[in-house]
Design a protein around this ligand. Structure first.
Ligand code: DGL
Length: 259
């Protein structure tokens, strides 16, 4: 059976496009709809209740476009709201969480760093994950200000570089050998991060794992699109579309809409 309904993705802004790229690479014939709620970014400073309400609003938007599966392409929304979303809707949800497990299991120095939002690091789900890795020293750092800078297109600004230096210094000093990027916006900062940290520190994010998990669920539920043609990608933003267009560097359709 062919199910060509789109895969829906949402994030507080443009960051989750790093996840969209992984999904598009793995499942090129799937149609996709991406929603960037940039008007309400950053989610990381909001209360759990606010994050749940915004996640419901985004989910409703995607379900109204007949999405067959929803990828919550935001660590902050996943760690604060996925339980509530799964309880409210029948559609399958895929979430993204910081890749603590592979970092902890592969670390030789037994010390890893995580850069994420306040909302993610303070969430119950994240604390449950930490409890499973009590043997590993985990240096946590909130990436205050980084999401807003990325949303403004400032990937390379002095302010961005200085903030990164400040956040990464204690991790380098603690001898981490893995840096976990626990926010879907941060993979866009990898070139800048690489200039600050020693090459022996490996950077990991969860994009590929999310794409694999999305495929597994589509197969399991028999809702994979088996059509043999490239899928259509539509991107919605409720803020300036230029930032999204610049970061995508493709000719996908970007639509500005108030939602
Ligand atoms: N991309 C979101 C995440 O993965 C950013 C959250 C925010 O808007 O603060 O956490």
């Amino acid at each position: 059976m062919i199910n060509n309904n789109p895969i829906g993705l949402f994030d507080s802004g443009i960051g989750g496009t790093s996840i969209w790229k992984e999904i598009h690479d793995l499942l090129p014939n799937e149609n996709t709809i991406y929603l960037a709620d940039s008007k309400n970014a950053p989610y990381g400073q909001k209360s759990k209740e606010e994050i749940v309400q915004l996640s419901i609003k985004n989910t409703e938007f995607l379900l109204n476009q007949n999405c067959k599966i929803i990828v919550v392409a935001c660590n902050t929304a996943t760690t604060n709201a996925i339980k509530e979303l799964r309880a409210k809707y029948d559609v399958p949800f895929i979430g993204i969480e910081p890749a603590i497990k592979p970092a902890a299991l592969n670390s030789s120095t037994n010390t890893i760093g995580i850069l994420a939002t306040k909302g993610t690091l303070n969430s119950e789900l994240f604390h449950q994950t930490l409890e499973k890795f009590q043997e590993t020293k985990i240096i946590e750092q909130i990436g205050h200000g980084l999401v807003t800078l990325i949303e403004n297109g400032e990937l390379n600004s002095i302010e961005t570089k200085n903030l990164l230096k400040t956040y990464l210094k204690p991790m380098i000093e603690a001898n981490i050998d893995y840096l976990v990027l626990g926010c879907s916006h941060y993979p866009y900062l990898i070139p800048q991060i690489k200039k600050i940290i020693p090459t022996k520190i490996k950077i990991i994010d969860s994009g590929e794992a999310v794409a694999r998990q999305t495929k597994n669920v589509l197969v399991e539920k028999s809702i994979l699109n088996l059509e043999n043609k490239l899928g259509k990608a539509v991107f919605y933003t409720n803020a300036n579309p230029k930032v999204l267009e610049n970061i995508l560097k493709y000719k996908e359709e970007v639509i500005q809409k108030d939602f």
